[in-house]
Design a protein around this ligand. Structure first.
Ligand SMILES: [Ca+2]
Ligand SMILES: [Ca+2]
Ligand SMILES: [Ca+2]
Ligand SMILES: [Ca+2]
Length: 521
């Protein structure tokens, strides 16, 4: 054999090793030397990246086995190359290290797996960047405890907006012209603004964004500040380089005013707002107010919200009391659509003034030194503490859940919020869930329980291999469970054009576990 024929033969043998073809003589595959690829991190299963000093290898490699190997540049601007094995043409597993050795033997200067990346989104709003908004991502700033937060940074990768969700903030109104809110108000589709006519004939002239139940008009202007502050906690516009950021960066806030400049309002005006929210198809009502008195009429109005599938988020109150002893309504009502919220600090303790209750307060959420939009001018911001603010964080979180899982229904949305809390000693015996809101957990709770598309999974070769049959060219997460409930990520795989992926398994991996493959969002 000539030297060049020897070289070609060796490479052909390597290709067969790469795809572990059944006809290969195993002795050929025992290449000396350690593996040259680091495969610990998620990567595309059938592909490596390689650089070469010149491009002559391209024809050389392709000529070896065009049916098995696909060689192409990474991009039109790049001198780096993708070397890909076509797994559906082999029906067998791929050894990326052998593929890398093949590339090196053809002159590759550097080879590595084609790693999978995932984004972590940070908005560019100043109050997020200077870490004022500790409740989204607590890294210990201002004396806080790391991760005493709702994991918004992680959650925003899954869902950062709720453009289709209408959130009625029944409160003191809102500053409609505020720079960080004006794009995130609900617009009444049946009403033409500013024409002095009641176009949708619902009794309110020009109720384009909401109503004022005190004056019975369509102008829910805020003369107190509380409502504007809540609106920003829920949906201050994200990533606009201005002010702060809400739990959702985009959404539809419907401000409904029933409390006046002194911060108080009547049950009848509150009911007027509740019924407006029902009529206009709000999906969430934020009710950050309360009273020790029980109202038959208010109770009946909240029952109507339940019958319409609306999530009713309310604050536990701020008088340091156990509301099982001293009820506070609406937090103390027991309808299945109510989420009642107490306030926690940047150290994951209960705020000293916050009410609590092990039967009727569902969970805690950050409610100390919360910075948000304010009502005195269009660029006004202000820090306030209270269970009101905690409730607003829950409302924004429910909005993200509804946007992501619109068909789940209010019981599922609430279950997701309550089942995914971070358990805290401070909230044990003081709340139903015993924990503090975690938006990332809530989104993932429904992700694993609702609508991931599973692939067909089949064990091959005496449990030494899993074959996935799913959609074409789709990324799947392979997960395993011991108890049928808690799923642990195993690896990510990309199916080929025929929807097939093959995963080698060791015997320890396969024993006494269940596996599944689900689409990655
Ligand atoms: Ca966190
Ligand atoms: Ca109207
Ligand atoms: Ca009008
Ligand atoms: Ca902003």
């Amino acid at each position: 054999m000539t030297a060049s024929l020897k070289k070609t033969t060796a490479r052909l043998a390597l290709i067969y090793c790469v795809v572990a073809h059944f006809s290969v003589n195993p002795a050929l595959c025992q290449e000396p030397g350690p593996p040259i690829l680091d495969l610990k991190h998620p990567h595309v299963p059938n592909r490596i990246l390689a650089t070469f000093d010149d491009a002559s290898f391209h024809s050389e490699l392709s000529a070896l086995s065009p049916a098995l190997l696909h060689v192409r540049p990474v991009s039109s601007l790049s001198s780096d190359w993708i070397i890909e094995v076509q797994p559906h043409q082999t029906g067998s597993e791929i050894d990326l290290n052998s593929l890398a050795k093949l590339a090196v033997s053809a002159g590759a200067k550097h080879v590595e797996p084609d790693y999978l990346l995932s984004v972590l989104k940070d908005p560019n709003d100043p109050a997020y960047f200077d870490r004022t908004t500790w409740w989204f991502n607590n890294v210990g700033q201002n004396g806080g405890v790391t991760d005493a937060d709702i994991d918004a940074r992680e959650a925003w990768d899954i869902q950062d907006s709720a453009s289709d969700v209408i959130i009625a903030v029944i409160d003191t109104g809102a500053r409609l012209t505020h720079e960080d809110l004006k794009d995130n108000f609900w617009n009444n589709p049946g009403e033409i603004p500013g024409n002095q006519l009641d176009d949708d004939q619902n009794g309110y002239i020009d109720d384009f964004h909401g109503i004022n139940a005190i004056n019975n008009d369509g102008n829910p202007v805020d003369d107190h500040g509380h409502g504007t502050h809540l609106a920003g906690i829920i949906a201050a516009k994200g990533n606009n380089a201005k002010g702060t950021v809400g739990v959702i960066w985009k959404g539809q806030i419907m401000p409904l005013k029933f409390m006046a400049s002194n911060g108080s309002g009547s049950v009848s005006d509150a009911i007027q707002c509740i019924d407006y929210a029902i009529n206009k198809s709000a999906q969430i009502i934020n009710a950050s107010w309360g009273n020790v008195g029980q109202s038959f009429f208010l109770e009946r109005a909240i029952r109507r919200t339940r019958d319409n599938g609306i999530v009713f988020v309310t604050a536990a109150g701020n008088s340091s009391q156990d509301i099982e002893e001293t009820p506070n309504f609406p937090a103390s009502y027991t309808f299945s659509n109510i989420i009642s919220v107490c306030a926690t600090t940047e150290r994951d303790t209960l705020v000293s003034f916050s009410n609590y209750g092990n039967l009727s307060v569902d969970l805690g959420a950050p409610g100390a030194s919360i910075y948000s939009t304010y009502f005195r001018n269009d660029a006004d911001y202000h820090e306030i503490s209270g269970s009101s603010m905690a409730a607003a964080l829950v409302s924004g979180s429910v909005a993200a859940l509804i946007q992501k899982y619109p068909d789940a229904g209010y019981e599922k949305w609430i279950e997701a919020i309550l089942q995914s809390v971070d358990s805290l000693p401070a909230l044990e015996e003081k709340t139903v869930s015993g924990g503090r809101l975690n938006l990332n957990g809530a989104l993932r709770f429904l992700q694993t329980n609702e609508d991931l598309v599973p692939a067909h999974l089949q064990w091959l070769e005496g449990n030494r291999q899993i074959r996935i049959t799913g959609s074409s060219s789709t990324l799947y997460a392979v997960e395993s469970t011991e108890d049928g409930k808690n799923w642990i990520f195993h690896q990510a795989v990309l199916t080929d054009f025929d929807g097939i992926a093959l995963i080698p398994m060791s015997s320890t991996q396969s024993s006494s576990k269940w596996y599944r493959a689900i689409t990655v969002e």
